[in-house]
Design a protein around this ligand. Structure first.
Ligand code: DGL
Length: 266
């Protein structure tokens, strides 16, 4: 059986690239709902409906475990998927998100004041604040929705996205003196080099540097899942809209694999 990765677009692909570097032996199936990106401006019910259809497709492609490499889907749909959809339709499958692994990393680092940037949906859900305060009631949390960044990254306007992110962090986050900044959208990992250059004193957490280790330790702890996973190093890529940007990203980041158009959500 396989490991599925899901996102609206480039961020999830970027996370998968890093996971493959750490755990190359498994068979990965990526589904990018590129026709519906951005998810961050949609409401909870819309996202839940889109995510359910994508999951169905990933399970049809024999995924035992699916990672939502997407903060927006993790904050809006993961609980409901785990509590309602899986028990009813796929009781033998698992879905994991990116919020808890990120929060655990912040706590391990003993951060005192944490800033989070993310999509509108992620920030307005207050999920990060709640999960962080459950583990550390003293922690200070600053949040900022940065909805212009995903569309810029999706259009390959990286330099503009970097400039905009630097200005937002400088003007709206630094005055609160955080020690840590969570890039709370998987797309933002693509901006991390410039952000680290601009803010060398800030500990910047990028999820593609967190998820590979966390997935590895999850598989060690869940031998019943690990032992049914294929170890054939295959990769499959499905997109609801295939564009030259994605073809280039998949070929440059992961390899010369075919990209299959699909339509669970169009
Ligand atoms: N990469 C996603 C996230 O982590 C979703 C971006 C979007 O579609 O708005 O939230």
């Amino acid at each position: 059986m396989n490991i599925g990765f899901f996102d609206s677009g480039l961020g999830g692909l970027f996370v998968l690239r890093h996971v493959i570097q750490e755990l190359p032996a498994y068979h990965y199936v990526f589904l990018g709902d590129t026709v519906n990106v951005p998810y961050g401006t949609k409401n909870d019910d819309e996202i839940y409906t889109l995510v359910k259809k994508s999951l169905q497709m990933l399970f049809d492609h024999d995924c035992k475990l699916v990672v939502f490499a997407c903060n927006t889907a993790s904050v809006t749909a993961l609980r409901r998927i785990q509590n309602e959809f899986l028990p009813e339709f796929f009781p033998d499958r698992k879905v994991l998100g990116v919020i808890i692994p990120t929060v655990e990393t912040v706590i391990t680092n003993k951060s005192k004041t944490v800033a989070i940037i993310g999509t509108e949906r992620t920030i307005h859900s207050d999920k990060y604040n709640r999960e962080l305060s459950k583990l550390d009631s003293q922690i200070n949390v600053i949040t900022l929705a940065t909805p212009t960044l995903v569309p810029l990254i999706e259009q390959s306007l990286l330099q503009k996205a970097e400039e905009e992110a630097v200005a937002l962090i400088r003007n709206k986050i630094l005055p609160s003196h955080p020690d840590t900044l969570i890039l709370g959208c998987t797309h933002y990992g693509l901006l991390k080099v410039k952000l680290r250059e601009a803010f060398p004193d800030l500990h910047i957490l990028a999820q593609e540097e967190i998820i590979p280790e966390k997935l590895k330790s999850y598989l060690v702890r869940h031998a019943e899942i690990e032992e049914v996973l294929a170890r054939d190093s295959q990769r499959e890529f499905f997109l609801t809209k295939v564009t030259p940007t994605y073809t280039k990203a998949i070929h440059e980041w992961i390899g010369n694999f075919p990209i299959i158009p699909c339509s669970p959500n169009s």
